[in-house]
Write a protein that binds this ligand. Structure first.
Ligand code: AMP
Ligand code: AMP
Length: 334
């Protein structure tokens, strides 16, 4: 294989490069110097480029163009390389940059979810209209850190004062089970797949839930939602067709929003399912999510589709391989 699949060292890099190797690609990791020893343990990474800091990547990229690199973005790209890396990189990039720019804007993302017919938590314009528990989110927050839960006007006022000039969204708080559905839409096969499902373990909100309420009363702890890890979850089978239809609606509407390809590759619908089995979508993530790391060796759902262990990372490599075979590589890169 003449192509090299590359990514940066964090988040889901191991899974992406393992999957690429399993499908016969060469693999390359851009990593910070201090993490090099860790990544060198893994025999499926052919080549390492170590960096003093992530921002150096853009400066050196052009030297590597001749290696036919395909860059696979993941959740750490925005955190480490900044919002505009997508636009500046010289590497062909797996996924739709148009969709990523829609995803990055909370307002546009919300419109997209509603336009697709998904139920989303109610958004409030300001303090006075709020009539139920809400979660206040700043635009820049990632991985659930920095969110504030407000159950009354007093706590909401305090939260708004804390965020001051930051762009925020005041969202209805849904009591239910957070369920994160890992999809893959194949542009080549025109097929939507569920590759795995997880729920998050979030500190300290999940920790508070372990303490009986009589003890909670004497402990003043504001819930926070910083993701610490992920659990696998399998859903009641009757929920699966509903979840699948939400994924299909999102894909179909994306074709209108960002023609011609729309959304493709791995994406995740982040939902909370309440006691009436209403599925509220709180966010969409349009690249590989870290919860897929649970399924490096496949999941109960990918096992039903494939006779080999297929992680989301490997599925990306399978898509690139097939696109090469049918001469449609340009369609899935941007
Ligand atoms: P890290 O490299 O672990 O610092 O993560 C980089 C970005 O990915 C941060 O914005 C995190 O919030 C996000 N992230 C990392 N791990 C997870 C996870 N298990 N679930 C959700 N987001 C994550
Ligand atoms: P997000 O960064 O939007 O994926 O949210 C991180 C975590 O905050 C989720 O996993 C939930 O536990 C919690 N969360 C976010 N929005 C809501 C909401 N509207 N209702 C209930 N919980 C929420």
């Amino acid at each position: 294989m003449i192509y090299t699949i590359a990514t940066i060292g964090s988040h889901s890099a191991l899974q992406i490069l393992k999957g690429a190797k399993d499908e016969g690609f060469k693999t390359l990791l851009f990593t910070l110097k201090q993490n090099l020893d860790f990544y060198k343990q893994y025999p499926f990474i052919d080549r390492f480029i170590s960096l003093d800091k992530y921002s150096d990547l853009l400066k050196i990229e052009s030297k590597f163009k001749k290696y036919k690199i395909i860059m696979i973005p993941h959740g750490s790209f925005v955190a480490y390389l900044g919002k505009d890396y997508d636009e500046k990189t010289v590497f062909p990039y797996f996924g739709s940059k148009k969709i990523l720019s829609i995803e990055a804007d909370r307002n546009m993302q919300d419109k997209w979810l509603s336009f697709s017919g998904l139920i989303t938590p109610k958004i409030f314009g300001g303090l006075n209209s709020v009539d139920r528990p809400v979660i206040v989110k700043s635009y820049g927050a990632k991985g659930g850190s920095g969110y504030l839960l407000c159950t009354n006007k007093k706590s909401l006022k305090k939260a708004l004062a804390k965020f001051q000039k930051e762009k925020i969204v005041i969202q209805e708080y849904i009591i239910g089970t957070p369920v994160y559905v890992q999809f893959f839409y194949s542009l080549i096969d025109k097929r939507l797949e569920i590759l795995g499902i997880d729920r998050r373990y979030e500190s300290n909100v999940d920790g508070i839930g372990r303490i009986p309420s009589v003890f909670q009363k004497n402990m003043v702890a504001d819930p926070s939602f910083t993701v610490i890890g992920n659990f696998p979850i399998v859903l009641r089978e009757s929920l699966l067709p509903k979840i699948y239809s939400l994924g299909l609606s999102i894909v179909r509407s994306s074709e209108k929003l960002a023609p011609p390809q729309g959304l493709y590759g791995p994406f995740c619908l982040e939902t909370v399912i309440d006691g009436e089995m209403n599925i509220y979508t709180i966010e969409i993530s349009c690249r590989i999510v870290a919860g897929t790391n649970l399924f490096t060796n496949g999941s109960p759902y990918s096992d039903l589709l494939y006779d080999k262990p297929v992680s989301s990372g490997r599925r990306i490599a399978m898509e690139i391989k097939k696109a090469l075979k049918v001469k449609k590589l340009a369609q899935i890169l941007s």
